[in-house]
Design a protein around this ligand. Structure first.
Ligand SMILES: [Fe+2]
Length: 265
């Protein structure tokens, strides 16, 4: 069964309910609901009543060699227990190191050492938070010189060693092709498709210095091409439009969702 959804933004709430038949799944950002206040619970109750939900977190820091933060995971566990999402996820990156908050997704070295760290941290995540867990490829600003694995092999090794699912963000991959020379087509061709529970689509923009994965524009043709290529291998269980900023009317996103459905047909 394949589903199609969008990143939830409160600005779209009324339009989403008006068009709920065209949206199967809402992705909610964990950090927007971590306090589980009465107001947040009310909002989650209404969303859950009309849509399936996934929870997307930002600060698990799955690549930190000093481990994952148990207090953060306890808050995620409470949210997951309340929402009962299809699965929850975070990024294959590092957001803290030795107690220092980095304020961004720091890229990890693509090495067997990182694979072992991530596998250990995913095991700790599983102990703390029940349910399915997936890791997403973030866009990377630079490659770490000590890399020994290419992008495709790295994702495959992570999924196998951690025995976890993957979110394939095709726009992040598109940005990596511009900025660090990733062979995006090779990743789409080689990623273990059976591990991919979700594909993300979004758009960014070119600047003089490269490509910004701002998720603030329509899905560009190169990202659509990656989507079609992946769909020729397999139809992902969930395809999600991840528009984060410069929100257009929901109808624009619904048109893109129809295009995603056509790519998967
Ligand atoms: Fe994404």
């Amino acid at each position: 069964m394949s589903r199609f959804g969008v990143l939830y933004r409160a600005e779209h709430r009324a339009a989403l309910f008006a068009h709920s038949a065209q949206v199967d799944v809402l992705e909610i950002v964990a950090e927007h609901f971590l306090d589980l206040t009465a107001e947040q619970r009310d909002e989650l109750d209404v969303l859950r009543a009309h849509f399936d939900v996934t929870v997307h977190a930002l600060a698990t820091s799955i690549g930190s060699s000093d481990g994952v933060d148990g207090r953060y995971l306890a808050r995620i566990a409470a949210l997951v227990d309340y929402v009962r999402p299809l699965w929850w996820s975070d990024h294959l990156a590092m957001t803290h190191a030795c107690g220092v908050e980095l304020g961004a997704f720091a890229p990890l070295s693509r090495t067997e050492e990182t694979v072992a760290i991530v596998a250990r941290n995913v095991a700790a995540v599983r102990d703390a938070v029940p349910g399915r867990f997936a890791l997403e490829n973030p866009a990377t600003a630079f490659l770490v010189p000590s890399d020994t694995l290419d992008a495709a092999a790295y994702l495959a090794r992570i999924a196998a060693a951690a025995d976890c699912e993957l979110i394939l963000d095709l726009e992040n991959l598109h940005a990596d092709a511009w900025n660090v020379g990733t062979d995006a087509g090779a990743v789409v061709a080689a990623i273990p498709a059976e591990r991919v529970c979700e594909v993300h689509l979004a758009g960014g923009r070119r600047t003089r210095d490269g490509y910004v994965d701002a998720h603030d524009g329509p899905v560009p043709e190169r990202t659509w091409a990656l989507c079609r290529a992946f769909c020729r291998r397999c139809v992902p269980p969930l395809t999600l439009l991840e528009r984060e900023a410069a929100l257009p009317p929901l109808s624009n996103l619904l048109d893109e969702l129809d295009a995603a459905r056509a790519a998967a047909a």
